[in-house]
Design a protein around this ligand. Structure first.
Ligand code: PAF
Length: 295
């Protein structure tokens, strides 16, 4: 795998690759990779001739009191994992190159970033869309792959691409879970042993809601109440939000009459984790651990 740190060099490589008629696939990441990221690389490889991963811990998407300073890093391990996964290029810029002196432009998707995670992280999504728009201009991908664990991020990026007529296919890859159901996340590294166990309440809470829906419950309050009960029963957990929303627009809904996003954010100790599933009264169960489908 070749590593490129320079923006201009990355752009020149992209121009040459496109001129050769090759399809570029991009997997943007912030590093500290796990099997979820590697599944994105596998999807990108299926949809492109040459796959680029980027690693950039983007300061613009962290709030003032968030974990930018302690976000986990292990670049040597990341390089090894990406090489083994068949990534052709790693784009590894530094913050000074991405946000030079005088930088003042942001890309903001309005309505769909106000609720869910946007309510407690008001500047987060404009940080994400700004850096992703920049990465798109630098790597010039035909296709880019994002994980559905960050469902709001995935839908927001898809909206940005559509609204700004960017000629890029956006693919949302399924959530990858540990065997016991915990959705993979770089932030799981923050959890102590007891917190790691407590964090199972997220997938259990989704499963509880799904059970309600499979039994015929359509009332949103009752479905969300099932979720809340599981979180409330876990002493190390504190709910940030549990919300039902339209999976395309992210507008909140009050009933489950068709495929409906159930998204939640939960503090386990000081670590904020997110998870989600699509509840569907007419389809097989939402994909969760214990062989009950996937998310
Ligand atoms: O999902 C992430 O890791 C980040 O939000 C992303 C998309 C790489 C932008 O910094």
């Amino acid at each position: 795998m070749e590593v490129i740190t320079d923006i201009r060099q990355m752009q020149q490589w992209a121009d040459t690759t496109r001129a050769r008629g090759q399809r570029i696939g991009l997997v943007p990441t912030m590093g500290y990779l796990h099997a979820g990221h590697l599944s994105l690389v596998a999807v990108a490889r299926q949809h492109s001739d040459v796959t680029v991963a980027s690693i950039f811990i983007n300061p613009l998407q962290f709030g003032a009191n968030e974990d930018l300073g302690r976000y986990p890093r292990d670049i040597e391990r990341d390089r090894r994992l990406l090489t083994e996964a068949g990534t052709a290029f790693l784009f590894l810029p530094d913050a000074a190159a991405m946000y030079p002196e005088g930088f003042q432009t942001t890309v903001k998707v309005e309505r769909m970033t106000r609720g869910l995670c946007g309510a407690s992280r008001p500047t987060h999504f404009s940080g994400v869309t700004t850096v992703v728009a920049k990465l798109f201009h630098i790597v010039k991908p035909h296709v880019a792959v994002f994980g559905r664990k960050d469902f709001q991020q995935f839908v927001t990026i898809r909206r940005m691409v559509s609204d700004l007529s960017m000629d890029i296919e956006i693919i949302g890859a399924p959530i990858v879970r540990e065997a016991d159901g915990l959705a993979m996340s770089s932030r799981n590294a923050y959890l102590s042993g007891a917190e790691r166990q407590a964090a199972l309440c997220l997938s259990k809470a989704l499963a509880a809601a799904d059970t309600q829906v499979q039994r015929g419950e359509v009332d949103g309050l009752r479905v969300v109440a099932a979720t809340r009960r599981v979180i409330a029963d876990e002493p190390l957990a504190r709910l940030d939000y549990a919300t039902l929303a339209d999976p395309d627009t992210l507008e909140e809904v009050s009933a489950v009459h068709g495929p409906t996003l159930l998204a939640l954010a939960v503090y386990i100790g000081k670590t904020r984790l997110i998870d989600n599933c699509i509840l569907d009264p007419f389809a097989k169960r939402c994909p969760l651990p214990d062989g009950r489908g996937s998310g």
